[in-house]
Design a protein around this ligand. Structure first.
Ligand SMILES: Cc1cc2nc3c(=O)[nH]c(=O)nc-3n(C[C@H](O)[C@H](O)[C@H](O)COP(=O)(O)OP(=O)(O)OC[C@H]3O[C@@H](n4cnc5c(N)ncnc54)[C@H](O)[C@@H]3O)c2cc1C
Length: 468
């Protein structure tokens, strides 16, 4: 990178917050699984929105691309810089809580705050922020907004998009747009915040957000159910939703293999049942703390067993047992690492087609890779399935991964034939660009014109989502 540009940039954040040596840069240039390894000219760690604005002004004047990064937990390569002339803008120091207002049920925070810090801050202030992902200790609220993250609470509280009231965004030319409103109703033309949500760092740098908060549940009740098929799990979901007033706030399906991988590879985990095909982890959140809730849940469990929808079930009797149950679900991705190569699909289909997708997807997989091990789990109540394939035990990783392109193509074809989405949660980044081009031609043209009108010099995250 040109020395003059470097020195202008370093001056803005101070040399302690600018990284140019290769060893220190490495952690910002490698993604979580090591799938993408990048390059950059400099990593900058601004502390304020004004510093972000100054950096973008220099970038704009000098045509220097900027890759915004939060916690670097993204799974589609969006946060990785692939060019030694590019700037990585790491926002982890921009992490203050600006204000909280329980009457408005809102909180305004800077974008580099981690999701877990945000959740904890809300609890300390007797309120609740419901977004929850397995990466919450590291991912940032800015990254969550930029990817419109999902997670386990979507069933009841919605995606990140549904939780955002207003944003502060720095445009590619360095202008700070302050739209940190707490309004529920604001029909004043196009919803600009919605254009930035899910834009994966390609349209603006989100520096702060005003978010919705919710009443803090007094109790959470976790149950784990033994179920014969995904179809029965959906019927179980609907039966619960129609027959109990306590909010059902999570409903996660896991196949037997996903739990076997966890109990084999993650210490201090135990399978809930000795023999089963599928398990559902469900959570109820209640604003009241009394024993009636447990009784209600026990009653519904008895009814489900009587109806033949559920074979067996365990209700957590303590916080530690509930944590153990959640650990099974949250450790699946981690446990899969120990089983060698994997081909991951983050798809969604209309709920009515989940059973068909799983049956057909498994059969397609076995035809292409005999003995492939299908790790199937996900937020079944949103139609979002992580359909991940681990390599067969007696096949070399390289040979297994040779099938990736063909298998992914077939799984995406199946998904699209069932009216689904080829990226339910993780975004497009660089990983899903080809599918976007193939399946969303008309939308892509509109996306390109939006990108051109906001980022005329293509300096924000070029080459991610779209090329132009
Ligand atoms: C173990 C694990 C579990 C996960 N589970 C889920 C899950 O359940 N649901 C889900 O949706 N995702 C999940 N993810 C993916 C990931 O955690 C989310 O996409 C998360 O929202 C990314 O946040 P981040 O701060 O790490 O962003 P990064 O990875 O740093 O960036 C992601 C994208 O957002 C852009 N970006 C980041 N910050 C900003 C900003 N302030 N302004 C503008 N653009 C920005 C980047 O340029 C990039 O394109 C998981 C990841 C892991 C590793």
């Amino acid at each position: 990178m040109n020395k003059e540009i470097l020195s202008k940039l370093i001056k803005i954040v101070g040399s302690a917050n600018a990284i140019i040596n290769k060893i220190d840069m490495a952690k910002y240039l490698t993604e979580w699984r090591g799938v993408y390894k990048g390059r950059a000219g400099i990593i900058l760690k601004p502390r304020t929105s004004k510093e972000v604005s100054k950096i973008l002004k220099v970038a704009y004047e000098t045509n220097t691309p900027v890759i915004t990064q939060g916690g670097n937990t993204g799974l589609v390569g969006g946060q990785i810089s692939f060019d030694s002339n590019h700037i990585v803008l790491s926002l982890t120091r921009l992490n203050k809580v600006r204000y909280i207002n329980n009457l408005d049920r809102s909180i305004t925070v800077e974008s580099g705050l981690t999701l877990m810090e945000l959740q904890n801050y809300c609890i300390q202030n007797s309120t609740f922020f419901p977004l929850s992902l397995a990466s919450e200790g590291t991912c940032t609220i800015g990254g969550n907004i930029a990817t419109n993250a999902g997670g386990v609470g979507v069933l009841y509280y919605g995606n990140t998009r549904d939780l955002v009231l207003g944003l502060e965004v720095v445009t590619p030319s360095g202008k700070i747009i302050d739209n940190l409103k707490t309004l529920i109703k604001d029909n004043t033309g196009y919803s600009l915040k919605d254009i930035f949500i899910g834009s994966e760092g390609t349209l603006g740098v989100i520096t702060a957000a005003t978010l919705k908060t919710f009443p803090l549940p007094k109790e959470k009740y976790t149950i784990i159910l033994k179920i014969d098929s995904p179809k029965k799990s959906i019927e179980t979901l609907r039966f619960i939703q129609e027959n109990i007033s306590t909010p059902l706030t999570a409903f996660e399906l896991m196949n037997q293999l996903s739990i076997q991988f966890v109990t084999k590879n993650i210490p201090n985990t135990l399978s809930p049942f000795s023999d089963f095909k599928w398990a559902v982890l469900a959570e109820f959140s209640s604003l009241e703390a009394n024993n009636d809730e447990i009784e209600k849940i026990q009653n519904i469990l008895n009814k489900l067993i009587k109806l033949g929808l559920v074979e067996d079930g365990v209700i957590s009797s303590s916080l530690s047992q509930s944590k153990e149950m959640w650990k099974l679900r949250e450790s699946i991705s981690e446990s899969q690492k120990a089983e060698g190569g994997s081909i991951k699909n983050d798809i969604s289909v209309p709920i009515k087609f989940i059973d068909e997708f799983i049956k057909k997807g498994s059969s397609i997989t076995k035809k292409i890779i005999p003995n492939a091990r299908c790790v199937i789990f996900g937020h079944i109540g949103d139609g979002n399935i992580h359909f991940n394939i681990s390599q067969p035990t007696k096949v070399k990783k390289e040979d297994f991964l040779k099938n990736e392109k063909n298998l992914r193509k077939k799984i995406v074809e199946l998904t699209m034939n069932l009216d689904g989405s080829f990226s339910a949660e993780h975004g497009v980044g660089v990983t899903r660009k080809a599918e976007l081009k193939k399946y969303k031609k008309d939308e892509l043209n509109i996306m390109k014109s939006i990108k051109k009108s906001i980022d005329d010099k293509n300096i924000l995250n070029p080459g991610k989502i779209i090329d132009y």
